[in-house]
Write a protein that binds this ligand. Structure first.
Ligand SMILES: Cc1cc(N2CCCCCC2)n2ncc(-c3ccc(F)cc3)c2n1
Length: 257
């Protein structure tokens, strides 16, 4: 039973519906991060190949990006591929590595039109050349845009990010450009891939899993979490409104009383 209670943590009774106007009565979270989970399960439930779930999940990325922009959310970070995902079957990884270019081929013109700034956090050097070329083109062509920051975590792992930051700080100390006494939380944050972004205000994870999966471990220190059993391909604007409405009801204390 306890598992069931946690499984519905943060999920409102489905009868509770919110409108965009309801949510816009109060400040919306500036930075929303989403762990887009449940794509394989969605396909399995329909006796479809796993990649059908990933394809459907990509359509939801478009829909939620548009809606987040409408709501005035400033940063939307989407966990698209983790450093652990390389362990998946070769064919699935090859399919996933084609999604960024598929997404951008049809959606980049609209993103540019909507003044969206595309960014990517993660280790791009390990991506296939065709994937890297597509994302770097999008980053370049939207780098002056001042609207929604659409930030994809691609080949991203938080422990790898923190480890790399530590190595870079150690090099700076060794070169005499940084003293140990200078290293505080602000300096550590400035060595992370998210250095130009505020920490997420709201984290959403779909598919009922209650864990972080090596995602933004440093940045999520004071973030509100909202979990839902909904599988990512079934995630809708209404689910985003429910998550934001729940966020608006919580009193954030950032460790205070
Ligand atoms: C690897 C991967 C998987 C991927 N899925 C679709 C969404 C569900 C989660 C897994 C599958 N999506 N969706 C969009 C992108 C993407 C990434 C970078 C970029 F610049 C533009 C688009 C993407 N990338």
């Amino acid at each position: 039973m306890l598992g069931k209670i946690w499984k519905n943590y943060g999920q409102l009774p489905s009868s509770v519906e919110y409108t965009k106007e309801d949510v816009l009565q109060h400040p919306v979270p500036e930075h929303v991060a989403i762990i887009m989970d449940g794509n394989g399960r969605w396909a399995k439930k329909r006796a479809l190949p796993r990649v059908a779930g990933h394809y459907e999940g990509m359509q939801v990325v478009r829909k939620i990006t548009r809606f987040a922009n409408e709501l005035g959310i400033k940063v939307l970070t989407l966990y698209a591929f983790s450093t652990e995902n390389w362990k998946r079957p070769k064919q699935e990884v090859e399919y996933l590595m084609k999604l960024p270019e598929q997404f951008l081929a049809t959606f980049l013109p609209e993103l540019i039109e909507e003044n969206v700034n595309v960014r990517v956090i993660g280790n791009r050097s390990q991506l296939p050349e065709h994937t890297r070329r597509a994302v770097e083109k999008a980053i370049e062509e939207t780098k002056h845009n001042t609207g929604l920051v659409l930030n994809f975590a691609l080949n991203y792992g938080s422990r790898a990010e923190i480890t790399y930051a530590m190595q870079e700080m150690a090099k700076q100390v060794q070169q005499g450009d940084l003293s140990p006494e200078q290293i505080n939380e602000e300096v550590v944050s400035s060595y992370l891939m998210t250095k130009d972004l505020k920490d997420p205000d709201l984290l959403i994870r779909t598919s009922g899993e209650i864990r972080l999966s090596n995602f933004m471990l440093w940045q999520l220190a004071y973030t509100e979490f909202w979990f839902t059993d909904v599988l990512w391909p079934d995630f809708t604007e209404q689910h985003l409104l429910q998550a934001i409405a729940e966020f608006q009801k919580r009193g954030r204390r950032f460790g205070g009383v």
